[in-house]
Design a protein. Structure first.
Length: 406
C-alpha cells in the first residue's frame, strides 16, 4: 500500500492509498486516535448513501462513538453560513475539544469540514477521507481549508493539516462521469508542473484511465499525491514554490466566480484555466507551439468541457480579487515545457483578454483530435519575468521567484 508522508511542522502526517481502504478505516484510525474521543463524520447525502454505512460500520467495529452530520452538496455550500450551521449542530450534539471531525466526500466537504475543525473549540482533530478524484489527488493534501465569498473563491480559510488522509480509489467507481473527468484535470496538472512520466501516462493510457482501470487510477493518484506532498513539504504556506500548484487556477477561479459557482465544476474551470495559461505562455514567448499543442491535446482529450460564456473584461477585473494577486499585480503560473512551469508577474492585459476570448471560441466551436488545434498562435512579445531556476528546492520542481515589474 503506497504511503506518502507530508513533512510539515509540528506534526508530519501520511496519506494512505489503497483499494478497499474505506472498510479498514476504523482499524487504521484506531492506531492514531483515542477511541474515547467522539467521531463526527461530515458528509453530503449522495456520499452518505453510497459509502456512509461502510465507514460507520468500520469505525464502530474499532470502538469509536460515531455521529454522522450531513451538510448541503455542491460548491454553493462553501460559505461561512455553512460553517456556522455545522458548528451549531456540533454544539447541540455535545462535541467537545476531544472530538474528531472526519470529512467524507469531495473537495467541498474537505474544505468546509477542515475549516470547521480549525476553528471549532479553537481546533479539534481532523481526518480526510476523500471520495472524488479531485479530492484524492489534490484537495485533501496540503492543509488548505476555505469557503467562498461573492468577491471570489476561497478568500476565507486557514492552513490546518489533517491527522491522516485515507484514500480509497475503489470508491471512484460510483462517481458520476462528469465529476470523474473533472478530477482528472488536477492529476494532469501535476504532470504538467513537475512529473513528465505522469503526463506521458495520460497521453499513452488515456482510454484505460477513462475506463477507470483500478491499477491506472491507483498509480495516477499516488504520483499526484507524491508531487503535491513534495511541494507542500518544501513550502507549506505558499510563500514561493507552492504557487506552482495553482496552474490553471488564476483564470479558473475567475471563471467559477463569474458564473456564480453553478455552471462549472472546479476541475472543469481549472481545465479551461490551464488552456488559457497555455495560450498566454505561447503568446508571450514562454513556451513553444509543440509543447502548447501537447498540453492542449492532453486537456481537451479527457472530454468536452462546459461552454465559456463570459466577458473577457469581467474575468480580467476578477483577477484583482485572486489570492495570488499581490499589490495589484496578478501572478500567472505558465508552462514552459512538460514538467516545468514558472511564475510570471507581468503578463499584458491584452494576452489575458485574448486567452479568455479563445476559450469562448473553442468551447463553442468544438474540436477534432489530430486535425484541429485551436490555440493562440501570436508572435511572442517581450516581457521581463525571470526564467525558472535550474536548481531544485527540496523537490524536482524547478522554480524561481519572478522579477517584480519596475
Amino acid at each position: 500500500m503506497p504511503q506518502v508522508t507530508i513533512h510539515v511542522q509540528p506534526r508530519p502526517y501520511q496519506a494512505w492509498i489503497e483499494n478497499g481502504l474505506l472498510t479498514r478505516a476504523g482499524s487504521v484510525l484506531g492506531d492514531l486516535l483515542t477511541r474515547a474521543s467522539r467521531v463526527f463524520v461530515v458528509t453530503v447525502p449522495p456520499v452518505r448513501k453510497r459509502w456512509g454505512s461502510k465507514l460507520v460500520s468500520s469505525l464502530k467495529g474499532a470502538g469509536f462513538d460515531v455521529q454522522v452530520v450531513p451538510m448541503p452538496d455542491g460548491e454553493i455550500a462553501k460559505r461561512l453560513a455553512t460553517i456556522e450551521t455545522l458548528a451549531e449542530k456540533f454544539a447541540r450534539l455535545g462535541a467537545d475539544r476531544k472530538a474528531t471531525i472526519i470529512a467524507l466526500g469531495g473537495g467541498v466537504v474537505g474544505d468546509v469540514a477542515g475549516l470547521l475543525a480549525s476553528v471549532y473549540m479553537r481546533g479539534v482533530e481532523f481526518v480526510q477521507i476523500p471520495t472524488t478524484v479531485l479530492a484524492q489527488v489534490d484537495a485533501s493534501i496540503g492543509g488548505k481549508t476555505g469557503v467562498n465569498l461573492v468577491a471570489g473563491k476561497n478568500l476565507v480559510g486557514t492552513f490546518y493539516h489533517p491527522r491522516v488522509v485515507l484514500i480509497d480509489p475503489k470508491v471512484l467507481k460510483t462517481l458520476p462521469d462528469r465529476e470523474f473527468r473533472a478530477g482528472l484535470y488536477e492529476a494532469l496538472k501535476c504532470g504538467i508542473i513537475g512529473n513528465v512520466e505522469l503526463f506521458l501516462r495520460f497521453e499513452q493510457n488515456r482510454a484505460r484511465i477513462l475506463k477507470r482501470d483500478p491499477v491506472e487510477l491507483e498509480w495516477i493518484i499516488a504520483q499526484s499525491v507524491k508531487l503535491k506532498a513534495e511541494v507542500v513539504s518544501a513550502d507549506e504556506r505558499e510563500g514561493g514554490l507552492r504557487r506552482v500548484l495553482n496552474l490553471g487556477h488564476t483564470i479558473g477561479h475567475a471563471l467559477e466566480a463569474e458564473t456564480n459557482y453553478r455552471r462549472m465544476l472546479h476541475g472543469e474551470a481549472v481545465a479551461w484555466g490551464m488552456i488559457a495559461a497555455n495560450n498566454i505562455a505561447l503568446s508571450v514567448g514562454r513556451t513553444d507551439s509543440v509543447t502548447a499543442g501537447r498540453i492542449a491535446d492532453a486537456v481537451l482529450s479527457l472530454g468536452r468541457l462546459p461552454e465559456v460564456n463570459v466577458s473577457p473584461r469581467k474575468i480580467l477585473a476578477r483577477l484583482q480579487s485572486d489570492k495570488k494577486t499581490q499589490n495589484g499585480v496578478v501572478h500567472f503560473i505558465l508552462p514552459r515545457e512538460i514538467g516545468k512551469v514558472e511564475v510570471v508577474s507581468d503578463v499584458p492585459d491584452s494576452a489575458v483578454l485574448d486567452s479568455v476570448d479563445e476559450l469562448r471560441r473553442l468551447s463553442r466551436g468544438g474540436w477534432v483530435w489530430g486535425k484541429q488545434r485551436r490555440i493562440c498562435r501570436k508572435q511572442p512579445s517581450s516581457i521581463s519575468a525571470e526564467s525558472s531556476a535550474t536548481s531544485k528546492v527540496r523537490t524536482r520542481l524547478k522554480y524561481k521567484e519572478p522579477l517584480r515589474p519596475s
